[in-house]
Every structure is written in structure tokens, then in C-alpha cells.
Design a protein around this ligand. Sequence first.
Ligand code: GUN
Length: 278
Amino acid sequence: MTSKIIDGKKIAESILEKSKQKAKKADEKPGLAIVLVGNNPASEIYVGLKEKKANELGFHCERFNLAEDIKQDELLNIVDDLNQNEKIHAMIVQLPLPKQIDEQLIIGAILPHKDADGFTSVNLGNLVNDNNKLLPATARACMELIKSTGVEIKGKNAVVVGRSNIVGKPTALLLLQENATVTICHSKTKNLAEHTKNADILVVACGKAKLITKDMVKPGAIVIDVGINRVMGKIVGDVDFDNVKEVAGHITPVPGGVGPMTIAMLLDNTLQAMELRR
Ligand code: GUN
């Protein structure tokens, strides 16, 4: 069997086009602030892509490039200014942050209705309560890509590899909302393959290049690869795409899968944040 490749770029383009139309019709420009601390090369690339798309959609986008050694109080002041800024409907603080900064403290300072990433305790708590408001963009991206296959989620075995607050946990909760039977695997999981081989839907977000091999995947499964790893100058996912595509039913490529969808979801969250303020 050769799987159907889920074209995240194409699906994202159609969502971005809808967002562009919504932005055009709105009586003010959707305002997104992007805060980047330091010069982590991967973060610089992600932030650049987010900023570029926001501008292409006609959003008001303000980017803040802050020094690696910024003091926590200074960063808190910037977040606070953005909370008060009428032109800014939503913001993101790109993670990871340097070690002198308490990430949870900074995320917690973002007003929940301006939290474009859906990372605040209020928004994650709403997700736990099945009261979805602003949801983490990557988790939303995974769900949209799974739904794009047309395969019913209800009753299926879903396995999420990775338990981060920004991808693994929220994706597991969204799959649970859709009545999948959900297993979360992580670095301490014993015999990972035993779990993954049982997955009708497999979401991999653990940051380990090509961890998931062909023998670990159930024939016909939907495989969503969130990983972005640089190996010998090439970007590869957490899934051994070339071989796994021979057994999976549907699979996302890297690049061109989850990445572009995450940006589309972030910008849709910004539009939602603008509506929330109204
Ligand atoms: N770092 C990796 N992914 C993300 C994301 O979706 N949002 C933010 N703010 N930081 C990240």
C-alpha cells in the first residue's frame, strides 16, 4: 500500500485565503504582536514565516526582537504594554525562552483573550472543560489535517507521542473531544512500538528525527508528523516518511504538512481574538 500524502500546504492556503477575506471585511486590521527573545535560529525562521503570512493577509503585525539577556521584568513590561495596546488583538511569545526567564510566568501574564497560542492556563483550562476558545495552533493544525482525510475519529485508537503543553497534551484532549480512545506516550514509555502499532491515528511530536519506523505503524493508519529536525542540513520529521508512507493510509510530509497549517491556525486564532474583544 502507498499512502495518500496529506498536503498541509494546500489545505493551509485555502484557510489563509478565507482569513484574508475576513481581514479585508473587518472594520479594523487584525493586530498580532510577535515577541522573539534571543537568536535561536529555528525560532527566527518560525517567527519570520508567521510575520510574513500575517503581513500577506493584511494584518497589522508588530514584531519585537529582544536581547537574549533581557531581564524578566523588562519582558513582563512589554507583554503588559501589548495587553493594553488597542491595535493588538493577539500576541505570541515565541518559545523556548532563555533560562533566566520563567516561561510560565510570561505566558501567564498574557491576557487570555489576547493569547493567540492558547497557552495560558485559562485557555488550556477551557480546553479541558470542552469549552474551546483560543486553542494551541499546532494542536488545531493536527486536528484539521486528520479531519481532512474524511476518516471518522470516533471510537478510533489515537496515540500521541510527546506530552508537551504546546502540542502533545492539547492534541490528546482534542482527540478525546472527538471520542477517540487516546494514549499519550513519552520518553519514559516502555515499548513504544507496542502502543504505536495499535494506533489508527498516530500523532508524533517528540523532536526525535525518524523515531517512528515502518514496523511501528499499523497498516492504513493516519500519521501526523509534527517534528522538525535538521539532519545533515536537511529538514526531517519524527517519522521515517519514505518508509512509513508504504504502510500508512494517510501521512503528512515534513516540510509541507503540520508547519504551514500551524501558521494558518495562528492567524485564524488572531481573527478569533479580535472577535472575542468585540
Ligand atoms: N515554539 C514552538 N512552537 C511554538 C508555538 O506554536 N508558539 C510559540 N509561541 N512558541 C513555539
